[in-house]
Design a protein around this ligand. Sequence first.
Ligand code: RTP
Ligand code: MG
Length: 158
Amino acid sequence: MLKLKKQLTLALLKPDIVVNPTIRNQILHKIQSHPHSFTIVEQKDILWKLAQAKAFYKAHEGRFFFERLCGFMTSGKFTALILAREDAIHYWRQLIGPTHPCRARVVAPGTLRATYGLTDTRNSFHGSDSDDTAKREIKLFFPDFDIDEWKTNQEIHD
Ligand code: RTP
Ligand code: MG
């Protein structure tokens, strides 16, 4: 039987989730359970300085929500995860749902942002949007993690 290759993505549980340990644990359990079945390959809690937030969200510099986004992301710890499964980038973004929770509640009820998101900016989750972005974000949050070595090990165990 043909087995699809696993892919890695970088996910963040933002400070509005991490401030509530019960909710955070519920989410960690849910994303590993059927039917989502992500494997948590690495996990780390991080507290950013403002400059780190500004660098990560540089693409949004100048937009009206940039300052409040960086303020929010430095308001407390967030959890960074490396997640693995087939088509992980696509499925993680599908599971978290559209950027804005109000819209998510209409077009994608049941998604994580629809369920937990508070506002357009305090929207609880992040997910890499492409393979290149995932590689860059994994390197940023987990500099010691060797993506190529992980891929090689997957091939050996497949
Ligand atoms: P992410 O990068 O966090 O996975 O989210 P995304 O691709 O769905 O959204 P993006 O457009 O990249 O925006 C990055 C983060 O900026 C905040 N945001 N606030 N109108 C607003 O107030 C607004 N729009 C975006 C959100 O926290 C979003 O996740
Ligand atoms: Mg984005």
